[in-house]
Design a protein around this ligand. Structure first.
Ligand code: IMP
Length: 200
């Protein structure tokens, strides 16, 4: 009988990406949505590391299986790391992707290209019955002066890669090869291969 891994996300795109990546592992990947009794986790910690850990631990306690939880932030040097852990709600409780991008661009108004460095960081927390692991993935770039591109979501239209394209100008597959989340997930996959040998 294979072990169950519950993905603590209600985002169907993330779930699809993770299920696809982990399909070769001898683990049964399940959606959080199948566990309707699980209480929502409030992401109120001061860092994305702590939020990911909190989510993984609280959900694992309720479902009794291995749990994977992630949290992502955009960290801009000229803004001393903002929006960081507040990336989803940067422009307030009713924030949308567009209002967050607008706030970011206005905070950076007048900041020259050479000082617009930024990075995306994803932290993945993996809770097994015996251990808790944290894995991260990063993507370096800079914030453009105006949005470009039609793909992706969130801050993608203003996140410029070293080659000058924004993340929103990349096709889905290309972004999912190089992104902060993809790197963290690939590392998590390798870790799980080892854990499945040790903890089975
Ligand atoms: P989450 O932890 O994955 O929900 O990410 C928090 C916030 O960061 C989201 O609401 C998005 O605004 C932003 N974000 C996360 N990942 C990405 C990405 O790959 N591209 C652009 N924005 C992202």
């Amino acid at each position: 009988m294979s072990r169950i891994l519950v993905i603590a996300t209600r985002n169907p795109d993330k779930l699809r990406e993770i299920t696809h990546l982990f399909q070769a592992l001898s683990i049964d990947v399940r959606s959080f949505a199948e566990f309707s009794h699980v209480a929502p986790v409030i992401e109120d910690r001061p860092t994305i590391f702590e939020n990911a850990m909190k989510k993984a631990m609280e959900v694992a306690e309720q479902v009794g299986h291995w749990v994977l939880a992630d949290d992502t932030g955009l960290f801009v040097d000229a803004l001393e790391g903002a929006p960081g852990v507040m990336s989803a709600r940067y422009s307030g409780p009713e924030a949308t992707y567009a209002s967050n991008v607008n706030k970011l661009l206005s905070e950076l108004e007048g900041v020259p290209e050479t000082k617009r460095n930024a990075l995306f960081r994803t932290v993945i927390a993996l809770r097994t019955e015996k251990s808790l692991h944290l894995v991260e993935g990063e993507l370096h770039g800079r914030i453009a002066t105006e949005p470009r591109g039609q793909h992706g979501f969130g801050y993608d239209p203003v996140f410029e890669l070293p080659d000058g394209r924004t993340l929103a100008e990349l096709e889905f597959e290309e972004k999912n090869r190089i992104s902060h989340r993809a790197l963290a997930l690939q590392r998590t996959k390798r870790l799980m291969e080892e854990l499945l040998k040790l903890e089975f």
